[in-house]
Design a protein around this ligand. Structure first.
Ligand SMILES: [Zn+2]
Ligand SMILES: [Zn+2]
Length: 454
């Protein structure tokens, strides 16, 4: 494929995908026309007959397509377009100026209406986006958007003009699982990561851009008392067929060794909408884990796996002892977000709309287990290493030295790096703005004085 950075029609005509479309259509059309008229195949078109589709798709072939197109009469080109689907005909019209004038006005306007419902517009724009690595097709509004108008899920490095369709959040997000306001993971992130996996490093975003760690201090003034929580997120593309999986680990450091108070403070723990710490099986699980921790002498090798049957994901819950801050409840969960091809993918829908679909019990045990296994098989930090790393951030409040201070007692590492809210350029712009305002105020005041005759 020949990548292009803008809609250059001449370059676009030379891309392999359009050559293939054109040549397949020519063969189909000619076969029917020649058979109907019982005529020999014209010499100019014999070139197509002896080549396989794979040969035709080779972008390094001499650019015979463009010269052949120039020799064909308009009627034949229109007949070829009739053999194509709407999305293919709209792509065919982009090959050169003549075709765009001849065929474009017939097919392009139709992409604005019923084609949206039938998927032709999506197919056309997705084909177009393959030649435009810095753009992507948006399923929310059926338009192409520049990739750099989608910021990472964390709070830093956000674009100055974010997409309006991101703000409406029509496709849902992973709030029920992360439970942190500063990390907003939506379908665009899933789509862009999978786009890079499918098409190569020039497209989409990397899995590293999704990684995130946040430590929050809360409850100092509340009767329940002080609690420190940590969330870490890692993303990997796993398995066959490929899908994006997340590993989320949450810590709740309870800052007490008194059993009753520890149980009371553990009510802030959250797995998903269906598994909250202050009720049902989750309460019993936490209570038994805390009791077990106070009586045993060493940490169990492998904590037991549990599952939310409604969201269909696996999680592990363990109680670990911190040296100075008492027991901590650690929950690790593995989410399978699907292939990222459409927001209607059941895997994404179940997770992104856990509120609405909460009563749909999913009994596919093997799928949830497979997500965990596939994730841990991929290259990267093992689960145990992540637990040790997170413990070291919490130890002696190291997070205060190693992470960026965020608002209201929160410290963050985004994409493995410390970020800053303001850049020097922002500060300079702000200073210039203030200076301008002061200047205006002085001028206005002097003008007032002159009017009053002083
Ligand atoms: Zn959009
Ligand atoms: Zn759930």
């Amino acid at each position: 494929m020949v990548p292009v950075t803008s809609l250059n029609l001449a370059d676009y005509a030379s891309t392999a995908i359009h050559k293939t479309l054109f040549k397949q259509a020519v063969l189909r059309s000619l076969r029917s026309q020649v058979q109907a008229a019982q005529m020999p195949l014209p010499n100019t078109l014999l070139w197509f007959r002896h080549r396989s589709v794979n040969d035709l798709a080779d972008a390094n072939q001499p650019d015979a397509t463009a010269s052949c197109l120039r020799t064909l009469p308009s009627e034949l080109l229109q007949m070829i377009a009739l053999q194509l689907s709407l999305s293919d005909a709209a792509s065919f019209a982009l090959i050169n100026r003549r075709l765009s004038m001849l065929i474009g006005p017939t097919y392009w306007p139709r992409l604005r209406t019923s084609a949206v419902i039938q998927g032709h517009r999506e197919q056309f724009l997705n084909t177009l986006a393959r030649d435009l690595p810095s753009w992507f097709y948006c399923h929310s509004c059926s338009h192409l958007h520049p990739r750099d108008r989608v910021g990472p899920p964390g709070p830093f490095n956000q674009p100055s003009k974010p997409l309006w369709c991101l703000q409406t959040n029509s496709g849902g997000d992973l709030w029920p699982y992360v439970h942190v306001y500063s990390y907003t993971f939506n379908f665009h992130h899933l789509q862009l990561v999978m786009l890079r996996h499918y098409l190569g490093p020039g497209y989409g975003i990397s899995t590293d851009e999704l990684s995130f760690i946040q430590v929050s201090e809360s409850g100092k003034s509340e009767p329940r008392g002080r609690i420190t929580t940590l969330l870490s997120v890692e993303a990997r593309v796993c398995g066959k067929p490929a899908r994006l999986c997340l590993r989320l680990q949450t810590w709740a450091v309870l800052h007490t060794r008194l059993p009753d108070l520890a149980l009371e403070r553990s009510k802030c723990v959250w797995v998903c909408h269906h598994l909250v710490a202050d009720e049902g099986e989750m309460f019993q699980l936490i209570e038994s884990s805390l009791n077990e921790n106070s009586t045993r002498s060493e940490r169990p090798r492998e904590p037991k796996c549990h599952r939310c049957r409604r969201c269909n994901f696996n999680f592990q819950l363990e109680v670990l002892d911190t040296v100075s801050d008492g027991p901590a409840i650690v929950i690790t969960k593995w989410l399978d977000l699907g292939s990222g091809l459409t927001p209607m993918d059941p895997k994404w829908r179940i997770l992104a709309s856990a509120f609405q679909d909460g009563d749909n019990r999913n009994e596919q045990v093997s799928e949830a287990e497979k997500c965990k296994m596939d994730f841990e098989k991929e290259e990267g930090m093992m689960q145990q290493a992540v637990t040790l790393r997170n413990a070291s951030y919490l130890s002696d409040q190291r997070y205060k030295d190693t992470m960026s201070k965020w608002l209201f007692g929160e410290w963050t590492l985004q994409a493995g790096q410390r970020m800053h809210l303001c850049h020097w350029s922002d500060i300079l712009l702000l200073s210039l703005g203030l200076l301008g305002l002061m200047l205006c105020a002085v001028i206005w005041q002097s003008a007032c004085c002159e009017n009053q005759g002083y």
